[in-house]
Design a protein around this ligand. Structure first.
Ligand code: AMP
Ligand code: ZN
Length: 113
């Protein structure tokens, strides 16, 4: 499968991993939009939120548990952070492997777009 995030999971291309367990991987975004910009992904290939069927849904709980741990490790839990998942064309989803952006390290403003 020609998926860049699957290649990161398989260590075929390098990444700066900040968190890993059996089912979830988190690594630094290569083109950070904020001082802290981390991507959290399921290790299995799921294209987007729309592909989360009944079998795949439990991974979301694991991803959000990972996000809690990462927020504490990165010491951003008090100051705050934003989590975004782009789905489809209008959202500008570039990589078709489900991922959650953690954005932090600065005031993010009140507007989402
Ligand atoms: P999205 O637009 O939501 O699909 O976001 C894809 C994100 O993946 C972008 O923020 C990219 O900077 C990031 N990205 C693409 N390739 C890599 C890579 N090899 N390592 C880390 N982040 C990447
Ligand atoms: Zn993939």
């Amino acid at each position: 499968m020609d998926c860049i995030f699957c290649k990161i999971v398989n260590h075929e291309i390098p990444s700066e991993i900040v968190y890993e367990d059996d089912e979830v991987l988190a690594f630094k975004d290569i083109n950070p939009q904020t001082p802290i910009h981390i991507l959290v992904i399921p290790k299995t290939h799921i294209e987007s939120i729309l592909e989360l069927d009944e079998e795949a849904k439990p991974i979301c709980g694991k991803i959000f548990t990972a996000i809690q741990k990462i927020a504490k490790e990165q010491k951003i839990e008090k100051a705050g952070f934003r989590v975004i998942s782009n789905c489809g064309e209008d959202a500008g989803q570039e990589v078709k492997h489900l991922h959650f952006h953690i954005l932090a390290g600065q005031k993010l403003g009140t507007k989402i777009v």
